[in-house]
Each structure stands twice: as C-alpha cells, then as structure tokens.
Design a protein around this ligand. Structure first.
Ligand SMILES: [Zn+2]
Length: 456
C-alpha cells in the first residue's frame, strides 16, 4: 500500500481505499501526541519570543520566557490575548502588526476578517504555513470520506475570507474541485445540477435554505442532484444532531460539521465518518478550555472558553488566543481509530450566552429541542426582554404548514421541554410557517432588548 507522507505528492489512484490520510500521525497514542506537541510548543515559543516584538515585551512583562515551557500545562503561565489586541497591535505597526514573527517578504498569503468594528484584522501565512494548512485540510476532508472520485463544489469566495482557500485541500486529495464561489441560490443549484457535484461546503442555515429553495423550484435535492456529502461550518447547527438530521433528510446526504476561525485557519477541525465530534488538527493548534470568569482550566469534558495556541504558524504565532467560543473536548479514541482530540460541540459564543435569572442558556440548547419536534419548521428566534426588572426569554418558533393541533398545546410542550433540559422557564410564541426571515448566511437567533429598559 502506498502510504502518504505529509508533503509528499499523492498518487490518489493507488490508495483511495486507505482509511487515513496520514496513518502514523492520526493513530498515534496520547503520550505520542503530547510529546510531539511539547516539542513543537517549545520551538514555537522560542520563535515568537525571538522574532515578535509584541511577544518579547509581553513575556518579559509577565516574567516568563520560552525556557519556562517544560510541559504543556506550563502554557497557563503565559498571558492570554484576544481579538482586540490583534487589532490594536496591527494599527500600531501596519501592515501585519508586531505579533508577526517574520519579515513581510516571507509572507505569501493573508486572510482578513472585518469583525464587529469593521476594521479588518489580518492573518498572515508564509509559504510553509500555507502548504501545511492545505495538508491538514486534506486530512480532515479525507476523514469525512472525500476522495479523488468526488466532485466538490466550494460555495465560498476565494477572497480575504479564510474559508476560501480550503478548496485547495480538496484539490490536494485529487477531488475535482468546482470553485463555485458565493453566487445566488438559483445559480448555485444550476451549478450543482450541471456538474452533478457530489460534495459541497456551506453554512448549516444556508444548506437548509438552499434545499428548501430547490424544492420550491421543482428540484428535489434527493433525486435531481448528486450531493452526498455536505460540509458545514460557521454556526453551531452542524454539531446539533437534530439539525444535521433535518438537513441530511432534505438532501439525502451526509452532513459533516467543520470548525474554523478567521484569525487562525479556515478549518481547524472536522467530522470523520463516525460523526462523533470534530477531529482537531492537534499538530497545528493546542487547545486549552478555561473558565471564562476565573481563567482556570475546566476538567476534561467540561464546558468552557476555548483558548488556542498555534504550534507551527511561523508568520504570526498566536499564543493563548481567547476565542470567545464555549466548547467541550474529549481525548477518547474515536470509533474510526483516530486518536486526536475531538471538539464535541461549540455550545455558543460567549457573546451569545444568555444569562436568564442566573441560569446560562445558549441558542443551540433551544435549537436542539425545536429541531427534534417535527411539528416545528425548525426556524426559531430568542427574544430577551426585561419586564419589571426580571429577564424574560420568549422563544418564537414556527409551526409547520398544516399543523393540526392547537397552538396552546404546542407552546406548552415546547415550554416544558426547555424547562426540563435547561432549567429556564420561558415564554413561547407559536408563529406561522415562514414568518421568520430566512438566513442566507449566518442566522441571527437572538434579539436582546434588555437595553431598551422601560422604567415606571
Ligand atoms: Zn473519528
């Protein structure tokens, strides 16, 4: 059998049956992973300290240095950074900011994201950074079953958006890659039909919307199109089994959740065919899960804020980057035989976390409940208000066309389920099908009206 070595040319026709892209790496023991990562981390911290003015100053100020890293847990001694620091340091030292650790001549690619303030933050890559990224994108795609025989439609733009280049990971596998870009739905459907594409990448909301749009236009995604794999990213829905199931039923395809981050990599993790969590690109990014309030590590398997440290990215190391995403991880070996850590769910953004009378609740918690119940269309919105100084959460959910029960019974059923699972008492408003706006990109699920406080 022709075993692929990272960086080596792949001859796909020879070994498309092999289960792993990189067998030695993907099935190594936990001790081997940790030893490998510690070696990479030591080098990377040295690189950051020696070459990035920001890290030198920040480590010195905290009284720590690269030699203080003797175990992975030593990383906790180092200061964290967040998006606002990336923005500030970039403005202070344009173009790349002083977190960059290579001269601009070494940079061959940048992604950028505008974020909420509208000022784009730039994420640079050297040629080696970019090649290694595409190798692990290919590894993730391979784990989801993408093969050279596939026709992969990439409906993301090859622009400054970090998701764009991921199409090259599919190309590296040898799949026929269709650079569809972001085009109107009717055009995308026509591309999928003409090319008889077998795989595509989009957001979960858009996959749902596109499937429904196809049906309205007389195209049955199950029979008229050839899509059998849908990669989704950008929203929690892809890791909520009920949401995934609804999209899978609509398309007659398998849905694989992927996770990426604009300032890191287009995809940092993806679901294998077992679809039990997302395999993390652990040889490139080290993860800590912390309590967002105290900064203390959360016990394995627990929910907390994800903090990321790159292990190889030369152009701009990210050391302890606070993502604002609330996640949980496992280190148990997956049934597919891969041993990497798995991201078991992005439960929400810290920004999306609602605290209703002291109880934390995420839109994804409510989504899982609504999408299990087939009397709902699956579209919903959470409206938070402050009434008589008390926070009130109203869940607006659409009933299906032709629902033949009473709205009161349906509302009560949903209310009871939400209370049982989250512990939060909510109001429920039953809406007609299609009453809520459909998202073509990221769905806005929360409307927080608590700043519009009415006082007597
Ligand atoms: Zn797996």
């Amino acid at each position: 059998m022709n075993i692929h070595q990272p960086g080596a040319d792949l001859t796909p026709a020879d070994d498309t049956d092999r289960p792993y892209w990189d067998p030695r790496l993907e099935t190594q023991s936990r001790a081997e992973w940790d030893a490998m990562k510690l070696g990479l981390l030591k080098q990377h911290m040295r690189h950051a300290y020696d070459n990035s003015p920001y890290y030198r100053q920040s480590f010195d100020a905290a009284g720590v240095g690269p030699d203080d890293v003797t175990s992975l847990s030593d990383l906790a001694k180092f200061p964290t950074i967040q998006k606002s620091i990336l923005r500030e340091r970039q403005e202070a030292a344009p173009l790349l900011g002083d977190l960059a650790a290579v001269p601009e001549e070494k940079v061959v690619y940048v992604s950028a994201s505008s974020g909420s303030t509208g000022v784009p933050t730039i994420s640079p890559f050297t040629a080696e950074d970019f090649d290694e990224w595409m190798d692990f994108e290919a590894r993730l795609f391979w784990s989801s079953g993408l093969r050279p025989k596939d026709r992969y439609a990439h409906s993301l733009n090859f622009s400054l958006f970090v998701g764009g280049p991921c199409v090259l990971g599919a190309q590296k596998i040898g799949a026929l890659s269709i650079h569809a870009g972001t085009v109107p739905s009717d055009r995308l459907l026509s591309i999928l039909k003409t090319f008889q594409a077998t795989a595509m990448w989009t957001t979960p909301s858009y996959a749902w919307y596109l499937g429904e749009t196809a049906l309205k236009e007389g195209i049955d995604p199950r029979t008229d199109l050839a899509i059998d794999k849908i990669f989704v990213a950008g929203e929690p829905g892809g890791s909520i089994p009920e949401t995934r199931k609804r999209i899978e039923d609509l398309w007659g395809a398998e849905v694989f959740d992927y996770y990426g981050l604009s300032d890191v990599f287009g995809a940092c993790a993806g679901m294998c065919e077992a679809k039990d969590g997302l395999h993390w690109a652990e040889d490139h990014i080290h993860v800590e899960v912390i309590d967002p309030e105290t900064g203390e590590p959360v016990p394995p398997g627990g929910r907390g804020e994800m903090v990321l440290t790159t292990l190889k990215k030369r152009a701009r190391p990210l050391i302890r980057f606070r993502t604002g995403d609330i996640v949980s991880f496992t280190e148990e070996t997956c049934s597919c035989g891969r041993t990497s850590q798995r991201l078991m769910g992005v439960h929400g953004r810290l920004d999306d976390m609602l605290v209703i009378r002291g109880v934390n609740i995420f839109p994804s918690d409510v989504e899982a409940i609504i999408r299990k119940d087939h009397d709902f269309t699956g579209e919903y919105r959470l409206v938070v208000e402050r009434v008589n100084h008390l926070d009130t959460l109203t869940v607006e959910a659409e009933k299906i066309h032709g629902f033949n029960g009473t709205d009161d019974d349906l509302a009560k059923r949903l209310k009871d389920q939400i209370k049982a699972i989250t512990g939060v008492g909510v109001q429920v408003a039953i809406l007609e099908a299609d009453a809520l706006p459909r998202a073509t990109h990221k769905a806005k699920r929360v409307e927080d009206r608590r700043d519009q406080v009415w006082t007597a």
